[in-house]
Design a binder for this molecule. Structure first.
Ligand SMILES: Nc1ncnc2c1ncn2[C@@H]1O[C@H](COP(=O)(O)OP(=O)(O)O)[C@@H](O)[C@H]1O
Ligand SMILES: [Mg+2]
Length: 225
């Protein structure tokens, strides 16, 4: 899937822990078009990661509708959904989640190998690594990189399947300011003029201010600035 709209209507998420019901999302509406870049802020525990998981189809809403490219991904069978997620969504987390035993280039290639007969596009992986400024680190292993470099590898890996959605959960949370700024520069730069939707969860008002669209999670709702 090259590009897709994202639409959430009255999305709720409730977690049940024994006798306790936790109403984390209580009616989230959100509409994003190809090329949009949105920052989501909100206090710790406000449901930012929960929302990002739903958008990334890692978890299903309790009620409401979520459509990607006009389709309800949760209508797919489990294997179809796994394939859809692999092709449509790129994730970047606070921790880079690179595999220590593999090189930089191999780490970037891993998402292309999930479904046999597809992908394996090494030329594109190399080009992405060039765009994130790491062409001279292809054979390094994660332990041989700085924290900022590791996160830039994670950016290239998230883009290797040409996802319609790039979802980042506090991607700069483990970085110092200089590296954090560089990763945000890179994300915004890579998205400018692309048809990809970029969603970045961040604690930092300063980082959020750099995004064309901003929303805050408050009382289980997504309030756009
Ligand atoms: N799988 C889960 N089961 C039960 N409670 C959860 C689960 N995931 C998150 N929560 C709870 O939901 C609330 C929101 O969590 P989260 O989305 O991680 O917040 P944020 O990312 O904004 O800090 C928290 O109170 C958290 O404890
Ligand atoms: Mg979180």
């Amino acid at each position: 899937m090259g590009e897709a709209d994202l639409a959430l209507e009255s999305v709720t998420k409730t977690f049940t822990l024994g006798p306790q019901e936790l109403h984390v999302l209580q009616g989230c509406d959100l509409a994003l078009a190809p090329g949009d870049a949105l920052a989501i802020t909100g206090r710790s525990g406000s449901g930012k990661s929960t929302l990002l998981h739903l958008i990334g189809t890692l978890d299903e809403p309790s009620s409401g509708t979520l459509r990607i490219g006009g389709e309800d991904p949760f209508a797919l069978s489990e294997p179809e959904l796994a394939r859809f997620r692999n092709r449509t969504v790129g994730f970047i987390f606070q921790d880079h989640h690179l595999l220590p035993q593999y090189t930089v280039l191999e780490n970037v290639m891993i998402p292309t190998l999930a479904f046999p007969g597809e992908g394996g596009d090494e030329a594109w992986a190399r080009e992405l690594l060039e765009r994130v400024g790491l062409s001279d680190r292809l054979a390094h292993r994660p332990a041989e990189l700085s924290g900022g470099e590791r996160q830039r590898v994670a950016v290239a890996r998230a883009l290797v399947n040409r996802p319609a959605l790039l979802l980042c959960d506090e991607p700069t949370g483990n970085l110092d300011k200089k590296n954090a700024d560089a990763v945000i520069d890179l994300l915004l730069e890579l998205n400018a003029g692309s048809e990809r939707i970029l969603v970045v969860v961040t604690h930092s008002a300063e980082i959020a201010a750099r995004f064309p669209r901003r929303a805050e999670l408050d009382e289980g709702r997504c309030v756009e600035a």
